[in-house]
Design a protein around this ligand. Structure first.
Ligand code: 4NP
Length: 251
């Protein structure tokens, strides 16, 4: 196998990027033994393309899994053991996903409920939560109309309670999905650095990459608006689940 150049795409969070960097250091330890050149991770380059981010993570993991186990076994048993431990770690990485809208009583709790349900059904290790950029509905249950729509489609969200987005959410979560441009602006305004900013994405860019479409606020409209929101979020959360399964090597 020719591994003259291995691209080890880094994982998203600083912690994960650090993990990949330590893997690269391990690989470099063996470099002089096998004479191959290993490329440095390029976190920023990967992060630029938000819609492909998780795909890149998944392919990085695939490259690591496929190549490393076999290649270095005869070269350095100790390093291989460390690499295997690292690969096991990658396979059990827990994702933390936050859904954000304005009031946290219509769109984001529905996105939260949908993803929670799918995570449970798939047996995945994912923490899911939701928040609003405004504080009007803190402590309240989701809007009756959104709850009713959720119930109709088998996704009850009665137990969720509103809370306001806070800066520490950037530390708690790997991905922050917002429903519209105004949510995006409000969340990004609280970002402390590029790592924080890079976690935020319009949720519909998951299902319709690069289009920057919004989940319309159904609060002042009729019942159709709530069904429409459900449909959009159902589709987006299906894709998020597929991405997480790929990252965790379960698809
Ligand atoms: P959400 O909808 O952002 O999807 O939860 C709204 C809920 C309440 C208000 C606005 C939007 N409000 O103005 O109270």
């Amino acid at each position: 196998m020719n591994l003259k150049s291995i691209h080890v795409a880094p994982f998203y969070t600083p912690k994960k990027i650090e993990s990949v960097k330590s893997l690269c250091n391990l690989l470099r330890l063996t470099q002089h033994k096998c004479g191959h050149h290993l490329e440095q991770p390029q976190p920023k380059k990967i992060c630029e393309n938000q819609s492909n981010l998780w795909t890149n993570q998944a392919s990085a993991q695939k490259i690591i899994c496929e190549n490393l186990r076999n290649l270095w076994t005869p070269i350095c048993a100790i390093t291989t053991k460390k690499i295997n431990t690292f690969v096991e770690h990658l396979n059990t990485i827990e994702m933390k996903v936050l859904m954000v809208c304005l009031g946290n009583i219509c769109r984001s709790p529905m996105a939260d409920g949908l993803l929670r349900k799918k995570v449970k059904e798939e047996g995945l290790s994912v923490e899911v939560d939701s928040a609003g950029t405004g504080d009007w509905h803190v402590g309240q249950a989701p809007d009756d109309r959104m709850r009713e729509t959720g119930k109709q489609f088998g996704v009850p969200i009665d137990d969720l309670r509103g809370r306001q987005f806070e800066t520490s959410d950037f530390d708690r979560f790997d991905r922050i999905y917002v429903m519209d441009q105004s949510n995006y602006k409000n969340v990004v305004a609280l970002a402390r650095n590029n790592d924080d900013r890079d976690k935020v994405e319009l949720i519909l860019n998951v299902s319709q990459p690069g289009k920057d479409l919004e989940v319309p606020d159904p609060y002042f409209g009729g019942d159709e608006g709530f069904k429409n929101v459900f449909k959009m979020l159902d589709e987006a959360t299906d894709i998020i689940i597929d991405e997480i399964k790929t990252i965790n090597g379960k698809s």
